[in-house]
Design a protein. Structure first.
Length: 202
């Protein structure tokens, strides 16, 4: 279950098999997350850290939530919401543009016949898991089951969206999926990897 930080991938032997599929990086990252292989997923989403790679940004939010870094999960989620409302350039010369709302609206959405705005649903899922972990609840109770179902449904929706958008064929050269982060994002990333500002210690 991804309601707690997994100590290791569920099936370590699948890491190389998932990578060998040569799928679009968002599909590969989603499959690594589903297998609880957070380092492999994080390696990929760090290369999709800004618009128009909104799916990579969303996966980055999901990863931080799984790791228990709820503040960064909310920040990445907020960036996705901003991008879906209509990304505005932050620097002179950058092109802005409107991005798809559906990926954000579908993610984290709790109960289907009455859909709620995606941003609120995703925020609620972060808050619910944060509260659940703070109570140190057993992963066998009813709340854990509900949260586990919601996280599985969320990953399933992201996977379906990415298949519809990018296809499920091989991407021999996935360089077109990479987005160079701005200087501010690059500095934060470097601080998290080689500095003392991060949840992941290498």
């Amino acid at each position: 279950s991804l309601t707690h930080v997994p100590p290791s991938p569920f099936h370590p032997h699948l890491t190389s098999h998932i990578s060998a599929l040569s799928l679009h990086p968002t599909l590969e990252a989603t499959l690594h997350i589903a297998n609880a292989d957070l380092p492999s997923a994080h390696f990929l989403v760090r290369h999709m850290s800004g618009p128009p790679a909104v799916e990579g940004m969303l996966l980055h939010s999901i990863l931080h939530r799984i790791e228990g870094d709820f503040e960064n999960a909310r920040l990445w989620g907020g960036d996705v919401a901003d991008a879906c409302k209509g990304w505005a350039p932050k620097r002179r010369g950058e092109e802005g543009g409107r991005l798809e709302r559906s990926i954000w609206q579908d993610s984290g959405s709790d109960h289907a016949p009455t859909p709620t705005p995606g941003e609120e649903s995703a925020k609620r899922l972060i808050t619910s898991i944060e509260a659940f972990r703070a109570r140190k609840s057993s992963s066998a109770d009813a709340e854990a089951q509900d949260l586990s179902q919601r996280t599985r449904r969320e990953l399933s929706r992201v996977l379906e969206w990415c298949i519809l958008k990018f296809g499920d064929g091989a991407w021999v050269d996935a360089s077109s999926a990479w987005v160079s982060p701005g200087e501010d994002i690059r500095k934060i990333g470097n601080d998290m990897v080689s500095g003392d500002k991060g949840w992941r210690k290498f």
